[in-house]
Design a protein around this ligand. Structure first.
Ligand code: PLP
Length: 433
């Protein structure tokens, strides 16, 4: 694999950027080697600065659900650009996207747009505290909810990969109201609820995607809903990853469970920086200017970002690719399992809708602890062998692979061959050791 230009940019980038990146996972630290630099992308493929073309399963960590530069999305952006980039006053696109979002999520009467998933989540927490008058929150280990202080405890994603317990610079005071429970373990939630009577909210990724894909049992989510309802605690579903991805109405539509507050991001902006949080009227009326919970944003509801989000969601709704996603994911699961069996590699494949990834372990993966039994060295070998064969995967064991509707049958057969070769490489490496 020729990556001279990426090496050159990596060297240059390190001078004025931290690790040459603007988000840690892009540094490829968990898989070693030099991070690739991207030149361009179109449809199901992404091309690096050395001209290597990859079938893209990163998809900007989820947003590019239609693939890159979908023609309808691109023309909507171009049209919006001609009218101006930011106004500091309201414009029609915000109303249109808000209606689409509220129609898709029946639990949301009103929505507030922000600029990232991180912002959506920390605002949702503030809102839950404002509404209940309580301070404590429960989060699950291995779930990632952005990089705000109170939530950087037992978080997955980059932190899981680097095994950093939380983060430097987060004062103890900032996390003292954050209680940790175990995913898929309702007892661990009940214990907290029994002990504390000042809990504002439980926040959960309804399909966990930041410790690799970890699927909740139906009972776990249902009990979570029942418990919160019975105790006056708000249920915040962080659908930044799953919103418009698991189904148009997110994991909530699929699970048939409604959150009190929903957080969105990623797909909602179609590649532009958009986040959102929303709830029923009673809760949202706490937010400024209607209520006393302050939250603002200079660029929130940006007209170009709204245009991209609207066009993406319109096309997504029309196309309804969710059944196809499931078929493709099932096919990939089958291929990975067959290849693993053929070469004698222990794997678990977790998937849900258009999110899938393998763990290199014998143990069934149902929470953060079992996810961490995965042999990350094997993942490393697998990752680079896939890259060599033109398949771009997230450079970490603990990230989900994403599907786009741009992926073709031909792409998938190419990926199948690549998986067999990569699995063989994993087996050969293990034999040598
Ligand atoms: C990505 C993600 C976030 C953070 O969103 P950013 O846009 O990166 O700030 C929060 N929650 C979940 C579940 C996510 O997947």
């Amino acid at each position: 694999m020729k990556i001279e230009k990426s090496i050159e940019l990596y060297t240059k980038g390190k001078v004025n950027l931290v690790g040459a990146v603007n988000s840690p996972v892009r540094a490829f630290k968990a898989v070693g080697g030099v991070p690739i630099f991207i030149d361009k992308a179109k449809g199901s493929k992404i091309t690096d600065v050395d001209g290597n073309e990859y079938i893209d399963f990163v998809l900007s960590y989820g947003p590019m659900i239609l693939g890159h530069r979908h023609s309808k999305v691109e023309s909507a952006i171009k049209k919006a650009l001609k009218k101006g980039y930011s106004f500091g006053a309201s414009s029609y696109g915000e109303i249109e996207l808000a209606k689409m979002v509220c129609d898709a999520f029946p639990g949301m009467d009103k929505v507030r747009f922000v600029n990232s998933g991180t912002e959506a989540v920390f605002s949702a927490i503030r809102l839950a505290r404002a509404f209940t008058g309580n301070n404590k929150i429960i989060k699950f280990s291995g779930c990632y909810h952005g990089h705000s202080d109170a939530l950087l405890v037992a978080a997955g994603s980059g932190l899981a990969t680097l095994s950093i317990p939380g983060s430097l610079g987060v004062p103890e005071d900032a996390v003292k109201n954050t209680l940790i429970a175990e995913y898929n373990n309702i007892d661990s939630v009940e214990k907290h609820l029994a002990k504390h009577n000042d809990i504002a909210a439980i926040i959960v990724e309804p399909i966990a995607g930041n410790m690799g894909v970890v699927v909740p049992t139906k009972e776990f989510m249902e009990e979570l809903r029942d418990l919160t309802k019975a105790s006056g605690v708000l249920l915040i579903m962080d659908e930044v990853m799953t919103g418009f991805r698991s189904k148009f109405g997110g994991a909530q539509e699929l699970l048939g469970i409604q959150a009190d507050i929903t957080c969105l991001g990623k797909v909602i902006g179609g590649g532009f920086p958009v986040g959102a949080y929303g709830a029923r009227n009673e809760i949202m009326e706490m937010v400024s200017p209607l209520g006393g919970m302050y939250q603002a944003g200079t660029l929130s509801g940006n007209p170009i970002a709204m245009a991209c989000g609207i066009a993406t969601l319109k096309e997504l709704k029309k196309r309804n690719p969710y059944k196809d996603f499931e078929k493709t994911a099932s096919f990939l699961e089958k291929v990975m399992k067959e290849a693993a069996t053929k070469f004698g590699v222990d794997i678990q494949v977790n998937k849900f809708g258009s999110m899938i990834n393998p763990f290199f372990t014998k143990e069934k993966v149902t929470n953060f602890k079992s996810a961490q039994t995965s042999d990350t060295d094997k993942f490393k070998t697998f990752f680079w062998k896939m890259m060599e064969q033109g398949v771009f995967l997230p450079p970490s064991q603990f990230e989900s692979w994403f599907l786009s509707s741009a992926i073709s049958k031909r792409d998938i057969y190419k990926v199948k061959d690549a998986i067999y070769k990569a699995m063989e490489a994993v087996a050969n490496k293990a034999k040598k050791m």
